[in-house]
Design a protein around this ligand. Structure first.
Ligand code: F6P
Length: 338
């Protein structure tokens, strides 16, 4: 088993579930690779028995460590992965991660390695599952932040711009914005027009509401030709290293409306700390389902949630496309804009 990519609350619950069900019910031996694919490349593995996973259910992060290392960009990556898995006498690999980790797992599966995927991201943008664990926790943290921003915004008659994570999709921004009563929500699925945002703020002002809350997903983009497109460095998997678009938005809003504006970038606070009860339960169910698939020899599958049922789908589904916020859901949020 390995945990790869950005960490997320609930990873330890998956690890615990895989070990407890795997060892106690299926009679498996479980090893955990350290720091994602780096541990497989470097042959760094630890034996995991039920005693090693006591007391971790409620802990954020991952006891195995993680990294964003893309093994296929390393010299002889594929051969080293396969060689080290064979050397450790691994029958199958449970890869817990997001698009990059699951994409690499799918590639390994094409090369004949037995693999099971467990989807993980606070962004909730992986296809093949209605929800990923970690998302609920991130939404709760962001909602708490909005509640706190409300009282100070109201006291000072300010516009508060809150930036949350969400690279391809605006799930966190949308859910937290709805829960926190945001006055505008900007998400990557809907390129925004800064004039429209200003209009919403002016409308609120004209109705006597002298403060506003604007929630921005880090991947939000301006409509073409309205504002300069932000540029970002790229990570190991080629993803832009986002963060900071809210500063540009806040400056524009203040400049165009004259309303005093402040920015909060929530950053990694929303990825850390203790998982919510929902995330602990979902992560536990995913872990149990993943080891059941492995024990049954049902490889190249990814576990997922459909409604209230844990299902399994082809592993390739995870990397086929991101799961975007449906139009209908954004329309619900728009009811409360301005
Ligand atoms: O896990 C995905 C994500 O949360 C994105 O929303 C964000 O852009 C990224 O992680 C940031 O991760 P890091 O700073 O660890 O590279």
């Amino acid at each position: 088993m390995l945990t790869g990519g950005g960490d997320c609350p609930g990873l330890n619950a998956v690890i615990r579930a895989v070990v407890r069900k795997g060892v106690e019910r299926h009679g498996c031996e479980i090893v955990g690779f350290r720091n994602g694919y780096r541990g497989v490349l470097e042959g760094e593995a630890v034996a995991l028995a039920p005693g090693n996973v006591r007391g971790i259910l409620h802990r954020g992060g991952t006891i195995l460590g993680t990294s964003k290392l893309n093994p296929f960009r390393e010299e002889g990556g594929l051969e080293r992965l396969i060689g080290n898995l064979q050397a450790a006498e691994v029958d199958g690999l449970i890869a817990i991660g997001g698009e990059g980790t699951l994409g690499a797992a799918a590639r390994l599966s094409e090369e004949g390695v037995n693999v099971i995927g467990v989807p993980k991201t606070i962004d909730n943008d992986i296809a093949g599952t209605d929800f990923t664990f970690g998302f609920d926790t991130a939404v709760q943290v962001a909602t708490d932040a909005i509640d706190r921003l409300h009282t100070t915004a109201e006291s000072h008659n300010r516009v508060m711009v809150l930036e949350v994570m969400g690279r391809n999709s605006g799930w966190i921004a949308l859910f937290a914005g709805l829960a926190g009563g945001a006055d505008v929500i900007l998400i990557p699925e809907h390129p925004f027009d800064i004039d429209d945002v200003c209009e919403h703020l002016r409308h609120r002002q004209s109705e006597g509401h002298l403060f506003s809350i604007v929630v921005v997903a880090e991947g939000a983009v301006p409509r073409k030709g309205t504002l300069p497109m932000p540029e970002y460095d790229r990570d190991e998997y080629g993803w832009p290293k986002l963060g900071g678009i809210s500063t540009m938005i806040a400056e524009e809003l203040e400049h165009r409306t004259g309303f005093e504006t402040r920015v909060t970038i929530l950053g990694h606070v929303q990825r850390g700390g203790t998982p919510t009860a929902f995330d602990r339960v979902l992560a536990t169910r995913f872990g149990v389902a993943a080891i059941d698939l492995a024990a049954g020899g049902r490889w190249s599958r990814m576990v997922g949630l459909r409604g209230i049922t844990v299902v399994d789908v082809p592993l390739s589904e995870a990397e086929a496309r991101p799961k975007y916020v449906p139009e209908k859901l954004y329309e619900v949020a728009e009811v409360f804009f301005g």
